[in-house]
Design a binder for this molecule. Structure first.
Ligand code: NG1
Length: 541
C-alpha cells in the first residue's frame, strides 16, 4: 500500500468531512455534491473486495437509477454479477464514514480492515466500472479512480457510459471468459440477440408482435436499445424510442421513465393516447434496470402492465412449458415479490396458477437471494425491477432431456424454448432491455395482445405516496416490511384505519434510496385506496 504522505495527498484531493453515509437498498445514493468522499472510499473498497476474492473482477456502477438528475450513487457488484455480499456493505459504510471524519480515522479503518480480512494490500485486483448519463458522473468517476490508486496493483477497466445491467453482465463475463478476451458491450448485444434469434427461429417469429414505443427516460437506455435493435432487420420500423435525449442531463427521469409511469399511473410525456390494439408501450428507468409496459384501452384509458404483471406472465408461460416438457415434478418454479406487489397478483399466482409465492423486503438483492432457491425463480418488484433465474439443475436436466430423443416433438420444442429463454433473460440482475425482449417473445408465442395479458387478473386500486419526515430512521419494520415495530403503537393505528376500508391493506417503511417514508395502500375502489394512503400519510407526518 502507499506510504502515508502519498495516501494523505490522494485523500485530500477528494474527501470532505462531516457527512454520514449508509449503504441503502441499492448502494450509496445521495445528492451528487456529497458523494466525492464515498466515491473515493468505494475505489479502495472495491479493490479490497477483488483482492479478497483472489483477484476476481469486481464491478462498480455509478448511477442513481430513477432518482432526479441532481442525485447520484454507487454500488459494488460481485464477480458473478450479483449484488455485493451483505457483510461487505458494513465495511463499505465504515470506510466511507471514517474518511468523512478525518484522514487519521480513514487510515486506521483501512488498516483495521486489511488486518481483519487478512489481505495483502499489494496483491493484484481487477475492477470494471461504468456510469450512467448524469452530469456528475465524470467528476465522481475521477474520485473513484483516485481511490483505486491507494492499492498499487489494481487493474481498472472503464467502460464509460453503460446501463446498470450491462455492467453487471460484463462483470460476470470478465470472470467467466478466458483472460485475453476483450470485454465490451458488444458481448452483451451478441449474447441476447443470439438468444432472441434462437427463439424467433424455433417459434416462427418474424417481427415484433406489436408496434412498440420505448420511453427511455432520457437516460442511457436510449442509445443502448437503439444500438441493439438496429442490429436485426426484423426490428426495423417496428419500434421507436421517445425521451431519448440522454445527452441533456436535466431531462433524465423528468416527466417520463418507469418510475414516473408507475407512480403516477399515467402516460409519460412524448407518448400519446393511442388506442390501436396492435400497439404497446414500455418505459425504462434512468439506468435501464427496470421496465413497465402499458397500453390505452378502447376507451382511451391508460392501463399499466407492471412488474407484477410481468411476473405472472412469466409464471404462466414457464409453468406451461415445464408441463409440456414433462418437467413440472422435477423443477421447482416459484415467484418472489415484495409487500408492494398488488394483492390481486399474489392471489392469481397462488390460487389460479398454484405457484408458490415468497415475500421479501424491498431491494432486488433480497428477492434474488430468495429466487435462487427455486429451479425457475421469477422475481419482480411491482415497479418493474426483476428477472428470472434458472438453477444448475434446470440447465442440466434440460440439456440431458434434449439429448434424449425418446420424447414427443412438442416436449422437445418446449425444452428448446426453455433453454433459449434461459439465455434471453439477463439472470444477473433486472434488465429493461432483456426483460423487454423476454415479454415480447412470450406475447408472440402465446399470441396474446396487451389486453389479453392484462385480463388475466384485475389489479386492486392502489396508491403509493412519499411523506417527508424529520428522521426516517425511526421507522423500523418486521415481517418483510409489512409491519412497523417503531415508532411504537403506530402499526396499531394503521391497522385500525385499514379495518375501516374494504379489501384493504396499507404499510409504511423508510425508503432506502430517498430521504422519505413511503406509504402504500390498496383497497376495493380507487377512492378508498387514495383515501387510505392519505389518512395513513397524515398519521406518519
Ligand atoms: P426504496 O427507495 O428503498 O423504496 C426504491 C424502490 C425499490 C428499488 C430501489 C432501487 C419502490 C417502492 N422502491 O427503493 O423497489 O427498486 O428503489 O432502485 O419502488
Amino acid at each position: 500500500m502507499l506510504e502515508r504522505k502519498a495516501l494523505e495527498s490522494l485523500y485530500e484531493k477528494h474527501c470532505k468531512r462531516g457527512f454520514t453515509y449508509a449503504y441503502g437498498t441499492a448502494g450509496f445514493r445521495y445528492k451528487a455534491d456529497v458523494l466525492d468522499t464515498v466515491m473515493f472510499t468505494t475505489g479502495v473498497l472495491a479493490g479490497l473486495r477483488s483482492i479478497y476474492l483472489k483477484g476476481q473482477t469486481v464491478g462498480v456502477m455509478i448511477t442513481a437509477s430513477h432518482n432526479p438528475p441532481e442525485d447520484n450513487g454507487v454500488k459494488i457488484v460481485d464477480p458473478r454479477g450479483e449484488m455485493l455480499e451483505q457483510s461487505w456493505e458494513k465495511h463499505a459504510t465504515d470506510l466511507a464514514n471514517s474518511a468523512s471524519q478525518s484522514f487519521t480515522s480513514f487510515e486506521q479503518k483501512l488498516q483495521e480492515l486489511i488486518v481483519k480480512l487478512q489481505l495483502n494490500s499489494n496483491a493484484h485486483g481487477s475492477i470494471t466500472v461504468a456510469r450512467d448519463s448524469r452530469e456528475s458522473g465524470p467528476r465522481l468517476l475521477t474520485a473513484f479512480k483516485t481511490g483505486t490508486l491507494v492499492l498499487p496493483n489494481l487493474l481498472v477497466l472503464d467502460h464509460g457510459v453503460l446501463t446498470t445491467p450491462q455492467l453487471h453482465f460484463l462483470t460476470s463475463k470478465a470472470n467467466e471468459l478466458p483472460k485475453n478476451t476483450s470485454i465490451d458491450e458488444k458481448l452483451y448485444y451478441q449474447e441476447f440477440l443470439s438468444a432472441w434469434d434462437e427463439i424467433a427461429e424455433l417459434c416462427g417469429i418474424q417481427s415484433l408482435p406489436y408496434a412498440l414505443t420505448i420511453d427511455a427516460a432520457n437516460g442511457v437506455g436510449a442509445p443502448k436499445v437503439k444500438e441493439m435493435l438496429s442490429q436485426r432487420e426484423m426490428f426495423n420500423n417496428t419500434f421507436r424510442v421517445v425521451n431519448d435525449d440522454w445527452k441533456t442531463p436535466s431531462a433524465l427521469n423528468h416527466l417520463c421513465g418507469a418510475d414516473f409511469v408507475k407512480t403516477n399511473q399515467k402516460l409519460p410525456q412524448g407518448i400519446s393516447n393511442d388506442t390501436r390494439a396492435e400497439h404497446i408501450n414500455c418505459s425504462f428507468d434512468g439506468d435501464a434496470d427496470r421496465i413497465v409496459f402499458y397500453y390505452c384501452d378502447l376507451q382511451g384509458q391508460f392501463q399499466l402492465l407492471d412488474g407484477d404483471k410481468m411476473a405472472t406472465l412469466f409464471a404462466k408461460f414457464f409453468q406451461e412449458l415445464t408441463q409440456t416438457a414433462h418437467l413440472q415434478d422435477e423443477l421447482a418454479l416459484g415467484v418472489v415479490q415484495t409487500a408492494y406487489a398488488n394483492g390481486s397478483s399474489t392471489r392469481y399466482l397462488e390460487q389460479v396458477l398454484g405457484t408458490p409465492v415468497k415475500c421479501t423486503p424491498t431491494g432486488v438483492k433480497h428477492l434474488h437471494h430468495e429466487a435462487v432457491k427455486f429451479d425457475i425463480g421469477i422475481y419482480f418488484e411491482a415497479n418493474g425491477h426483476g428477472t428470472v433465474v434458472f438453477s444448475t439443475k434446470f440447465s442440466q436436466l434440460v440439456d440431458q432431456k434434449l439429448a434424449d430423443a425418446s420424447h414427443s416433438t412438442s416436449a422437445h420444442k418446449a425444452l428448446q424454448i426453455l433453454s433459449s429463454f434461459s439465455k434471453l433473460i439477463n439472470q444477473t440482475v433486472g434488465d429493461a432491455i432483456s426483460d423487454m425482449l423476454g415479454v415480447l417473445a412470450v406475447l408472440s408465442i402465446l399470441k396474446w395482445s396487451p389486453q389479453k395479458w392484462d385480463q388475466e387478473y384485475t389489479d386492486l386500486p392502489n396508491k403509493l405516496i412519499k411523506v417527508l419526515v424529520p428522521d426516517r430512521t425511526v421507522f423500523k419494520t418486521t415481517n418483510a416490511e409489512r409491519q412497523l415495530v417503531s415508532p411504537v403503537g403506530l402499526q396499531d393505528q394503521i391497522d385500525a384505519l385499514v379495518a375501516k376500508f374494504d379489501t384493504a391493506r396499507s404499510f409504511v417503511r423508510a425508503s432506502g434510496t430517498e430521504d422519505a417514508v413511503r406509504v402504500y395502500a390498496e383497497a376495493a375502489t380507487r377512492e378508498q385506496a387514495d383515501r387510505l394512503a392519505s389518512v395513513v400519510g397524515e398519521l406518519v407526518e
